[in-house]
Design a protein around this ligand. Structure first.
Ligand SMILES: CCCCCCCC/C=C\CCCCCCCC(=O)N[C@@H](COP(=O)(O)O)[C@H](O)/C=C/CCCCCCCCCCCCC
Length: 214
């Protein structure tokens, strides 16, 4: 495990995702990005073999952060307001990437797909046997979700990187919330919130036919 693991806190990441859904069932962008930033910190602790993954995640986080720091920041407060604003103003490339290659909608969709993988991966970790391999949980959940959107070369590189993952219990202990059992309890408490964020976003994107944005 590379230096810096002490700066990661599973609690902080999970708190961010639990703060995402508003009373109106809207998904707040700022805590969503805070959750991903925490996860990227964790990924960086796992070693440089994961750099190509964390770089892509950081690029996407920064694209949306830039919208949140722009004059239009209020339009990007929630995923609902972002979709409404970008669609109403023709800011989304619907057929192929051209005028708006980095729209908020297409960029958020990439993180949303990754959240589906995360949800399955954390559930796999939570319910796995003590001695199960994180690499196997990771590749099975990746192949069942995110891999469907990635070209062969990325799938291959990801598969190689997964082999560097530590065992399940070491992995859970790195989360800085106590024992592996305590980390499992925390995952069980937090997963319903992550699932809810995923479900609301999925419904919104389906309603607007945005699930296949190029
Ligand atoms: C609670 C702590 C335990 C969980 C720790 C998980 C840490 C994960 C942190 C970050 C995950 C990275 C999310 C990656 C977003 C990928 C978005 C994407 O699909 N991008 C591709 C498409 O983008 P466009 O070309 O259309 O712009 C892009 O091609 C991807 C490039 C990089 C490869 C992505 C592989 C993703 C593998 C899944 C994450 C594995 C992490 C393993 C560590 C446990």
């Amino acid at each position: 495990m590379a230096a810096g693991a002490e700066t990661f806190s599973l609690r902080e990441v999970l708190v961010a995702f639990t703060a995402c859904v508003s009373e109106q069932r809207e998904v707040r962008v700022d805590p969503y990005l805070a959750g991903w930033k925490g996860l990227v910190r964790f990924l960086n602790c796992l070693g440089t073999i994961f750099s190509f993954i964390s770089k892509d995640a950081v690029t996407k986080i920064e694209i949306i952060e830039n919208y949140r720091n722009s004059d239009q920041r209020e339009k990007y407060l929630t995923v609902q307001s972002m979709v409404e604003y970008e669609l109403a103003n023709g800011l989304v490339d619907l057929q192929q990437r051209s005028k708006h290659p980095n729209s908020g909608c297409r960029t958020f969709l990439r993180l949303h797909r990754a959240l589906h993988w995360l949800q399955m991966f954390l559930e796999g970790l939570r319910t796995g046997e003590d001695n199960s391999k994180t690499s196997v949980i990771c590749s099975e959940t990746y192949n069942a979700s995110l891999a469907n959107y990635h070209p062969w070369i990325i799938r291959k590189a990801a598969g190689v990187a997964f082999c560097a993952l530590p065992t399940r219990n070491t992995f859970l202990e790195t989360m800085n919330v106590g024992t592996a059992e305590e980390a499992v309890t925390m995952l069980g408490d937090a997963l319903p919130y992550i699932c809810e964020v995923y479900k609301i976003t999925e419904e919104l994107y389906a309603q607007h036919k945005l699930l296949d944005l190029p």
